[in-house]
Write a protein that binds this ligand. Structure first.
Ligand code: GLA
Length: 736
C-alpha cells in the first residue's frame, strides 16, 4: 500500500518507487511536513526530522515548552495569526471579524483510487489501482468549520495531486478570504525558480532566477490564467539540466486568477503556495455549505527536466484529457483566419477548402465572422446565428454541407463568453455583462464579458451553441476568449456573493464546456484566448488542444512551443504553417522550417491555399503525406528537448516512439554563421544497444549509444540546411 499510517508516530508516508512524502500530525494538532523528495525506505517513525528548539522572539504552541514554534515548522496547510508569520494557506473570517482559526486533526481516510472533483477539472484514474488517496480531516471546534486535505499519489508517476475541501458545520456564516490548493515547506532554498511568462504573441518564455529571501512568484488577476504568467513553475537545483538533477514542479489545474509563489524565510526555508489568487476572492460559506479548491499537481524527479516534462505530458494526455479525442491522432486542419479575417466571402472559403482537400488536409475551420452582423471586431459577438445571408447564402448548415461534399470535415469558431454592444444579445440583455454599479465598464477589443456566474447566461449560451451544432455536421469547435475580465461584479446579486464572482465565472465556463462535450462527444474542442492566453491544464480537461499563440512566425513559434513543452504535451499545442512574411519587415522563413516547427504540434495551416504556386502546393502535398505517415509519432511520442532556442543559435528537440524504434529530430539554426564551427548534436531516448539508420544520411548504422553520447556532426549540406537564416533539418531515425 503506497500510503502508510504509523499510529505510534502519527505519521503518514506516501510513496512510490520514485518519491516519498511524509506528513506528521504535530503536537498542536496541525499537520506538518517531514519530507518530500526522492523515495526513502519505510520506517515507523521519522520524528528526528522535526526541527525545533528555543529561539528568541519565537511563539510556541504551549506554555513552558520551547520546542515547536509554528514559524520554524514545516507545515502542510499553514494558518494565519497564530505564530507562523509566513504566507498562510487559508484565511477564514468570522461574522465577528475574527480571522483566527484553529484547525486540529480529527481523522484520516486512506483509499485506493481518486475521487472526482465536483464541477472542476482534475486528473483522474481509470482503474482504482492507479493511485492511492490520503484524506486528512481537520476541524475548528469554535466555528464548526471542517477541512479535508486530499493527497493522491499515482503509482506509475512521480506525481501527487492535492486539493482542499471546506465544509461549514457551524451555525454562523463565514468567509473564506483565501484558500490555496497546496502549500509546501521545503527545508532549503537552494533552487532556481523557473516560470513561463510573456504576453500576446510571445507566450511562455522561460524566465529563471535564483531564489532569494522574501517573496517571488507569478500570478494572474486577469480572470484568465493569462499569457502573462502560466500557472506552472518549478524549482531546480543549479546543476539540474534536461537529463539529470532534482526538480520540484507545481502545476495548477485552473483557468482563472491564480498565484504560484515561493517565500524564502530568514532561515532559508522555502514555502511554495499554489492556488486561486486571494485578491478579489471572498467565498461566503453559510451553515451547511462547502467549498472545493481546484487541484494542484506536484511532480518530483531527480532525473532532470525532460523527465519532469514527460510526466506532465503522459499524465495530461492520458489522465486529464478525456473522451473520444484522448490520445487519438488529430486531423490536419486549415483555418481561414490569417487568410481572410472576418470579412470573407463564401466563394473564397470554398476555394480554400477545395485547395486544402486537394493537398491532403482533413478539416476546414471557419473562424471569426460567420455570425450576426460581424465584419470586424465592432459588432456581432453574442449573436451565434447567421444573419448575413449574402455572406453565407445557405447559413452554416449550407456551408457545412458544401465543405463536407468537398470531402472535408467542418469546424467552427465561437467566442461564447463575450458580447459587443452592437449585438442583439446586448440590446436584449444589457444587464448580462460584468459591470460594477454606477461604473462604466472598460472595453477591450470593443467587447465586454458576459456574466458567466449567472446560470441563465450559461444556459442561454448552451442553447445558442446547441442550435448551431445540431444544425450541421460540425466535428471541431474553436472556443476563443479575446479579452480579460474587468469590473468583476455580478449585477442584481447581493453584496455577500461579489467575492465569489471571479471563481463562479470560471465554474460557469467549465459547466458550459461539460454540457457541450457530454452532448457532442465526437467534437474536437480547441481552446484559444487571443492565442495562448488560457493555455492551462484546466482547459485541457475539456478541450484536448489549445491554440498555442497567434504568433505563427516559425522562429517565434519555436521558442513559444519550446517553453510550452515544459508543462504541456505536444499533442495539446495547436501549431500551424502560415504565410510569410506576415507583415512588412517580418521574417521570410522557408516552407521547410515552418513545417519543421509546426509538425511538433497539432498540425495545420493558416493561409490562403488557393493562391499558391503549383510548386508550393506540391510541397504541402508531400508534407501532409509525410506527416500523416508519422502522425502518431509526432503527436504522442516521448518528447525530449535537446537544445534551447533561448540559449543558443541552434535549437533542437526530438520525438521518440513509445517502443523506441522510431524518432524524429528537429534541428533549427536561427542565424547562418559565416564559416561557422561544426556542431555536434546529441540525441536522447533511444535504446543504447540497438542500431539505427538516419534517413537521407546514407547507409551508415549507428548504435543508440553513439547517437546519444557521441552525437552526430551537423553538416549543413547533408542535412539540407540551406545556408540562410532560419534553416532547419528534420532527421528521421529508424531502428534497423
Ligand atoms: C483570436 C484568435 C485568432 C482568431 C481571432 C478571431 O485572436 O487567437 O486565432 O480566431 O481571435 O477574432
Amino acid at each position: 500500500m503506497p500510503v502508510i499510517f504509523s499510529k505510534q508516530s502519527s505519521e503518514f508516508h506516501l510513496f512510490n518507487d520514485k518519491l516519498s512524502y511524509i506528513i506528521k500530525i504535530l503536537e498542536n494538532g496541525q499537520p506538518g511536513n517531514l519530507y518530500y523528495g526522492k523515495a526513502i525506505d519505510c520506517q515507523p517513525d521519522y520524528s528526528y526530522l522535526l526541527e525545533g528548539g528555543p529561539r528568541a522572539l519565537a511563539v510556541y504552541t504551549r506554555e513552558n515548552t520551547y520546542f515547536m514554534s509554528p514559524q520554524y515548522t514545516k507545515m502542510e496547510y499553514p494558518d494565519f495569526g497564530r505564530g507562523d508569520f509566513r504566507e498562510p494557506a487559508y484565511v477564514i473570517r468570522q461574522e465577528n471579524g475574527s480571522r483566527i482559526s484553529q484547525f486540529v486533526y480529527c481523522g484520516y481516510k486512506i483509499f485506493v483510487g481518486k475521487k472526482k472533483l465536483e464541477g472542476l477539472p482534475a486528473v483522474y484514474v481509470e482503474k482504482e489501482e492507479e493511485a492511492d488517496t490520503l484524506e486528512l480531516c481537520l476541524e475548528d471546534k469554535l466555528t464548526g468549520m471542517q477541512m479535508v486535505l486530499s493527497y493522491t499519489i499515482f503509482r506509475e508517476y512521480p506525481l501527487i495531486a492535492r486539493s482542499v475541501f471546506f465544509q461549514n458545520h457551524g451555525q454562523e456564516t463565514v468567509y473564506l478570504e483565501h484558500a490555496f490548493s497546496a502549500s509546501l515547506d521545503l527545508p532549503d532554498a537552494n533552487f532556481e525558480m523557473v516560470q513561463f511568462s510573456g504576453a500576446w504573441t510571445r507566450e511562455r518564455q522561460i524566465k529563471t532566477r535564483k531564489l532569494q529571501q522574501g517573496y517571488q512568484g507569478i500570478s494572474s488577476r486577469r480572470g484568465a490564467s493569462s499569457a502573462e504568467h502560466n500557472p506552472f513553475l518549478f524549482l531546480k537545483r543549479k546543476s539540474t539540466d534536461e537529463s539529470q538533477g532534482e526538480v520540484y514542479a507545481f502545476s495548477f489545474i485552473y483557468s482563472g486568477n491564480h498565484l504560484e509563489q515561493v517565500e524564502v524565510d530568514t532561515n532559508n526555508m522555502a514555502r511554495v503556495s499554489i492556488g486561486i489568487h486571494p485578491e478579489g476572492f471572498d467565498w461566503r460559506l453559510k451553515p451547511g455549505e462547502t467549498f472545493q479548491t481546484p487541484e494542484a499537481l506536484l511532480v518530483y524527479t531527480d532525473e532532470g527536466l525532460n523527465a519532469m516534462s514527460q510526466t506532465f505530458h503522459r499524465v495530461f494526455e492520458s489522465r486529464l484529457v478525456r473522451g473520444t479525442w484522448r490520445e487519438k491522432p488529430r486531423p490536419i486542419l486549415i483555418n481561414n483566419w490569417e487568410a481572410t479575417g472576418a470579412a470573407f466571402t463564401e466563394q473564397k472559403i470554398l476555394e480554400i477548402a477545395s485547395a486544402a482537400k486537394e493537398l491532403g488536409i482533413e478539416l476546414f475551420v471557419l473562424d471569426d465572422g460567420w455570425f450576426g452582423n460581424r465584419e470586424d471586431d465592432q459588432s456581432g459577438l453574442g449573436d451565434w446565428y447567421v444573419t448575413n445571408f449574402e455572406k453565407l447564402p445557405g447559413g452554416i448548415s449550407g456551408l457545412a454541407e458544401k465543405i463536407t461534399k468537398i470531402g472535408m470535415k467542418f469546424g467552427l469558431w465561437f467566442e461564447p463568453e463575450m458580447v459587443n454592444r452592437d449585438s442583439d444579445l446586448y440590446r436584449e440583455h444589457p444587464d448580462w455583462i460584468l459591470c460594477a454599479p454606477g461604473r462604466t465598464p472598460s472595453p477591450s477589443r470593443n467587447q465586454y464579458v458576459l456574466d458567466f456566474s449567472k446560470k441563465e447566461v450559461v444556459d442561454h449560451l448552451f442553447e445558442a451553441m446547441e442550435r448551431i451544432l445540431d444544425s450541421a455536421p460540425i466535428s471541431y469547435v474553436k472556443w476563443d476568449m479575446n479579452r480579460y475580465i474587468t469590473e468583476c461584479y455580478s449585477g442584481g446579486r447581493e453584496a455577500g456573493v461579489q467575492g465569489m464572482v471571479y471563481h463562479q465565472y470560471i465554474l460557469g465556463v467549465y459547466t458550459l464546456y461539460e454540457r457541450l462535450i457530454e452532448k457532442y462527444p465526437h467534437i474536437l474542442f480547441e481552446s484559444c484566448a487571443s492565442g495562448g492566453a488560457r493555455f492551462d491544464p484546466g482547459m485541457l480537461y475539456y478541450a484536448p488542444q489549445t491554440w498555442t499563440s497567434d504568433d505563427t512566425d516559425a522562429y517565434e513559434r519555436l521558442k513559444i512551443q519550446y517553453g510550452t513543452s515544459y508543462g504541456y504535451p505536444v499533442s495539446s499545442m495547436g501549431a500551424h504553417v502560415s504565410a510569410v512574411p506576415k507583415h512588412p519587415g517580418a521574417r521570410n522563413i522557408s516552407w521547410e522550417t515552418r513545417e519543421n516547427v509546426a509538425m511538433f504540434g497539432a498540425f495545420g495551416y493558416e493561409l490562403d491555399l488557393s493562391i499558391l504556386s503549383s510548386e508550393e502546393k506540391q510541397q504541402i502535398r508531400n508534407q501532409n503525406e509525410f506527416y500523416k505517415k508519422y502522425r502518431s509519432l509526432f503527436q504522442f511520442g516521448t518528447f525530449y528537448r535537446l537544445q534551447s532556442p533561448f540559449e543558443k543559435n541552434d535549437a533542437a528537440w526530438m520525438m521518440v516512439s513509445k517502443d523506441q524504434k522510431l524518432a524524429a529530430v528537429g534541428f533549427y539554426r536561427m542565424h547562418e554563421v559565416p564559416n561557422g564551427p561544426w556542431v555536434r548534436l546529441r540525441m536522447a531516448g533511444l535504446m543504447p544497444h540497438e542500431k539505427y539508420r538516419i534517413q537521407h544520411l546514407g547507409d551508415r548504422v549507428w548504435y543508440g549509444s553513439e547517437l546519444m553520447n557521441a552525437g552526430i556532426v551537423i553538416y549543413p549540406k547533408d542535412m539540407s540546411l540551406d545556408g540562410k537564416d532560419f534553416s532547419s533539418a528534420l532527421l528521421l531515425v529508424e531502428m534497423v
